[in-house]
Write a protein that binds this ligand. Sequence first.
Ligand code: CTP
Length: 420
Amino acid sequence: MKRLKGKNIVIGITGGIAAYKSADLTRRLMEAGASVRIVMTHAATGFVTPLTFQALSGQPVAFDNNEADADNGMQHIELARWADAIVVTPASANTIARLAHGRADNLLTALCLASEAVKCFAPAMNRVMWDDLSTQANCRTLTDKHWQQFGPASGLQACGETGEGRMMEVGDIMQALAQCFDSGELQGLNLVVTAGPTYEAIDPVRFIGNRSSGRMGYAIAEAAQHAGASVTLVSGPTHLTAPDGVQLTAVESAEEMRQAVFTQLGDCQIYISTAAVADYRVENIASRKIKKSADKLTLTLVRNDDILSLVAAHPKRPFVVGFAAETENVVDNAREKLLGKKLDMIAANDVSDSAAEHGDGQTIGFNSEYNALHVLSTADGTRVEQQYFAIARKSQLAKQLISLIAAQYKMKNQNEKNTA
Ligand code: CTP
């Protein structure tokens, strides 16, 4: 259950006798290291009490009646962005029908419609309701829309009948949910991801740095690892802990980062450069602490190597993905870097003050959990394609980006084989 550690899971509870089993699911997800928020439909509150789930999850429970109490009535959006996965357990025939038709007529359905998280549902209903053609069609619609269906199991039902329609056992739901975070899209590939700032020394105690937190790079390393890749994370100084299973090489300066990257390059298929690498270093680093004797102090800076360009120019270059933090002309500057540095893909984000504070009060960029990305790629080597990944948690964006990278990496390999 390592995959569930650190995950943000919304459990959506609908009206059904199996609702009591979601209490056990909540407890077990918390034990596995996940953070859990509960959303209940009005019907669910007739079977189980919000207080039970508040006590188990340690968080206020969201349900239709209290949405008006939320600060800005945007609870569904806040939860939609927060969630790595939404799991509707039990999913009643009624809620399945609403979800299949894209309704947003209660907090749970609105949340599902607004979220790009992994979405799962565990049907639970009487066997005749389950066999009904509409229910079957609705489930197919949901799975076509990439919902994961868990169960149902068969056996003795609460109504006294025996057949298919029982909610899947909680242990099996845990397993199925963990697998959702394991796409296998990068199975067998070696990735190098750079992250964080670099520090360029001035003297033994001072340095020139930047505001990069490393969050985006660490989220990408984690998403790649969950997609089955072997990941080496070459990181400048950050306050973050490397994700489980990711090999960390800690560096300080741009030159140390360059060396660490090139040590790994021999057997690397995909290189993702999220690090905010210093473009310049101090020409002469003082061997002793500089004293404040003079009125003015002039430091001469010299250019650092552009690691990304060097990797892209390597005779056995991997698939190369760059990042660009821009304060103006985001897409144009990103396009210039994509073509100028001969990259396969570039993800650009706006780090200007105006972008940092979004209309809904959500901050994005350097020190935020959130971001939004313009992704440009040269899928067939000539045309530039552009996509926009709207504001979301960095972990969510990382998953989207990894899926796109996996797809384009495969397409590029296929094209190369076809033209060979
Ligand atoms: N990069 C790098 N080595 C450098 C500078 C940047 O590998 N010495 C990489 C970054 O990791 C990022 C991409 O290049 O993936 C773009 O970095 P950015 O700082 O936005 O652009 P620069 O090329 O440095 O151009 P400028 O600072 O003028 O915008």
